[in-house]
Design a binder for this molecule. Sequence first.
Ligand code: NDP
Length: 322
Amino acid sequence: MQYRRLGSSGLKLSELSFGSWVTYGNQLAEETARECMAAAHDAGVNFFDNAEVYARGQSEVIMGGALRKLGWRRESYVISTKFFWGLNDGPNEKSTLNRKYLMQAIDASLKRLQLEHVDLVFCHRPDPDTPIEETVWAMHDMIRAGKALYWGTSEWDPASIMAAWHIADKHHLAKPVMEQPQYNLFHRERVEREYVPLYRDPCIGLTTWSPLASGLLSGKYNDGIPPGSRATIKGYEWLAERIIDPVRISQVRSLAPLAADLGCTLAQLALAWCLKNPHVTSVITGASRPSQVVENMGALTVVPKLEADIMTRIDGLVGAPS
Ligand code: NDP
């Protein structure tokens, strides 16, 4: 495992990391959740991603319990959470990044995680109803209070990220250092085009999500929907519709001979492809069982095999942003 600097910060994250969306609190019992984290840790993962909204707080409870049992030194790992959607329906409790919500949300999150601080905190989506300046001050104060160490955004447009950065710069506040966008073979535009101005100055780092497009790129849907897979989970029908897209499934099928040539699985090929992008600090993987974690960590050995001609072949099969 190699460790990449998170944007302009001095923090180093494992290039593959592990997150709990959908799985923790929906699919995995506590013991399997812990085993997945242990398998990732054994491979050198030092970053574990979470969010307030995942399983309505249960994902944080499970990860907090797992960390307790695993007993790793707090200094050795990086934990994140994210705020925006909230857990309640009040006007200041959902879909907001106002100061009141953020200051309350971090305290509740830390309690669920059984931690004194999170390392990374993300503004999970932009909030057009709160001035960016108010959010920047709240994130700065959260950091100054020692409840979080670094802050960033998730799926913000580049202009809003720049605005937040400039406000922080002007007032000598903690600057956003990272963004968390979706990035995979089917979702490239934002990372490869829109965010380009953010990479040099202010040098925003990326922790990217859904590298397997929710499992689709592993090839598991090539011959139908396997029982127990993400596309069968109640409440995620909206996601299932995207997963079982026949055009994409045929593109995944077309990648299979290439993966075979490289001596790797489709999942490893798709993850290694994300890792090839030098603007990506850490590719956040997801898994519903430890064996998937082990397979996915094997992507690290595939990265050096992705030479220019292979990358061009992949573009030819799935299409690149024009
Ligand atoms: P992926 O796209 O990699 O999907 C993970 C799922 O794919 C697993 O839960 C599993 O589902 C299946 N899978 C994984 N590995 C394999 C394998 N080797 N073979 C077969 N199936 C496999 O990642 P996620 O969508 O889970 O996203 C990763 C993380 O990113 C999240 O946990 C979260 O931390 C973060 N995230 C952030 C978002 C944001 O808005 N900031 C949004 C979404 C995610 P199954 O076995 O059930 O089919």
